[in-house]
Ligand binder design. Structure first.
Ligand SMILES: CC(C)(COP(=O)(O)OP(=O)(O)OC[C@H]1O[C@@H](n2cnc3c(N)ncnc32)[C@H](O)[C@@H]1OP(=O)(O)O)[C@@H](O)C(=O)NCCC(=O)NCCS
Length: 162
């Protein structure tokens, strides 16, 4: 059992891209995201660091075990951020997702963002538990939006206002 004290949160760096790619496409993560199995390290890096996104990485013994990416919307939606979060399946349910969420909320408050929004598969119990813990509220349901194998899964739309 890993003690939470061993977890360090840092800014995304290119050297973490390979490990995060491997987590993003692993069973226990990929089925709850819209990620493609053939995601490259280069594209992982592009998705996690760009002009519109910031990513916080959780490390244990200097090795990435998860991350949260905040995507800043533009124009007349520039008060809004969207979020992607995932944790290595071997390290889930140990508080790492919560630590990443706390860090996301700090950034949101610092940048005076007014709305955090995201979508989650209706059967993703862990993520729904995490979002509820951090006060995101259900706003609606989008039917048959996420492909998982040959199934089409419904998503809840969730948001928290600040
Ligand atoms: C969702 C995810 C990021 C949560 O990270 P985590 O490190 O497992 O989360 P934590 O251990 O901090 O748990 C936070 C909350 O999640 C819920 N949760 C965690 N493990 C759970 C489990 N096994 N069963 C039910 N709920 C669970 C609980 O509500 C928990 O709150 P608590 O600390 O008060 O018990 C992680 O499970 C994950 O990467 N899942 C796959 C990818 C994914 O679904 N990403 C989100 C897509 S929208």
């Amino acid at each position: 059992m890993v003690l939470l004290e061993e977890i360090k949160l840092v800014k995304m760096k290119p050297k973490y891209a390979r490990a995060l790619r491997d987590i993003w496409i692993s069973p226990g993560v990929i089925e709850y995201t819209l990620q493609k199995k053939n995601l490259t390290v280069k594209n992982t890096l592009k998705k996690l660091i760009n002009d519109e996104a910031k990513t916080i990485v959780a490390l244990i013994n200097k090795i990435p075990v998860g991350c949260a990416r905040i995507h800043f919307l533009r124009g007349r939606k520039n008060h809004i951020v969207e979020m992607v979060i995932f944790v290595d399946p071997k390290q889930q349910s140990r508080g790492i997702g919560s630590k990443l969420m706390e860090s996301v909320l700090k950034i949101i408050k610092k940048k005076k963002i007014k709305r955090l929004e995201l979508e989650v598969n209706v059967d993703n119990k862990k993520a729904i538990g995490l979002y509820k813990k951090f006060k995101l509220k259900k706003e609606g349901i989008k039917r048959k939006v996420s492909q998982r194998g040959n199934k089409l899964i419904d998503n809840y739309t969730l948001a928290r206002l600040f």
